[in-house]
Design a protein. Structure first.
Lengths: 116, 116, 116, 116
């Protein structure tokens, strides 16, 4: 497997992992920022992750009769950048036609500096 | 079921829920505070919760070969206060003899004010 | 805390735990039975659980564009019986007015046999 | 992204997802088979999955003082085959030097039959 393929694989792992780790979390518009931050802090710890941005759609956080909501797959809007060697891949998790879709947006290689 | 019993029941629900929602989260000493806060913010949303304090044991966060750890049951040190009517119950989740034990610490009733 | 209160507490723990452990699981009408069984087998292991029955509402398992669904809180129909000493409590998790409600149905004490 | 890269991505998603969906499940040697089966049944539902085999290491299921254990990352021994177009990728999740490692084992393309 080359660097590009591994970067793609790592992005898949992280998106699948975060989805299932946090789905079901009690959430509200007020608490959403703390969950976003906790997810970002957790994902950035993992190997090959360069950047991670998590936005949770407040518009879907309709209140149940006790005044809160639950984190669902359709709320996720996530972008992650993984890196293996000199290859970077950007992937996303976001709603598409009613499904929380994960996809690779692009990968590119940085040229190694001369002498490296 | 009287208020005291329901307050006890609600405390059990919340402790069982938070344990299984967050166990397995990638974590480190640096990110632990953000996870503690996210758990507290999530639990306080739920019905009958008056107070919640979450401490995660940094001492157990030994680094794997990629430099992070994973939230395990033995790391939890949680205290929750639930209230139903005029009855408050205090419960805990914390390690006891190698097991992450959940227990009720005490319940008490507040006297309703005259006129209520 | 008396036996009845502890039985109530234990029922709450187990319902909160199972809800958050399995919510989000990919599921279909065909696979639902295997998830029900796995949940039952997991819950019965835990202390103070006498019986557990899990039914997942196939009617809510509408297919996404890839042909499957995801276990959501409203799908749960669970009944659990906990026992502490000679006291049994029966609790349920099931939809009520659009919310996956957990509640104690009844508790009762069995008389100890003479000589015990 | 070509078929091979997408097959790699999809394998990553599924391994990351299953790890975090089930970690923390109460488990014992007796109940392990039901959890293995439920995981397999859940993963096979997801898009691009051709085959999935889940084995959970009974040797690590040491009993806590209540007689059961909890599914941990090191217990997983999983092999998955994803397919996109005519490309198949085989990936694994299994312990390696004290870490539950996910890796691609191999990918290969099947030649399309003449007339297809």
């Amino acid at each position: 497997m080359n660097d590009r393929e591994q970067a793609v694989f790592e992005a898949g792992i992280k998106l699948g992992a975060l989805y299932h780790q946090w789905v079901g979390t009690p959430i509200s518009r007020d608490s959403a920022a703390s969950v976003e931050k906790a997810i970002e802090r957790a994902v950035i710890l993992q190997p090959f992750v360069e950047e991670i941005t998590v936005r949770l759609d407040r518009g879907l956080m309709t209140e149940n009769r006790f005044g809160y909501s639950e984190l669902s797959g359709m709320m996720y809007d996530v972008e992650i950048i993984t890196r293996v060697g000199f290859t970077y891949c950007r992937a996303q998790l976001s709603p598409e036609k009613g499904y929380p879709l994960m996809k690779i947006v692009e990968c590119h290689e940085i040229e190694a500096l001369p002498g490296h």
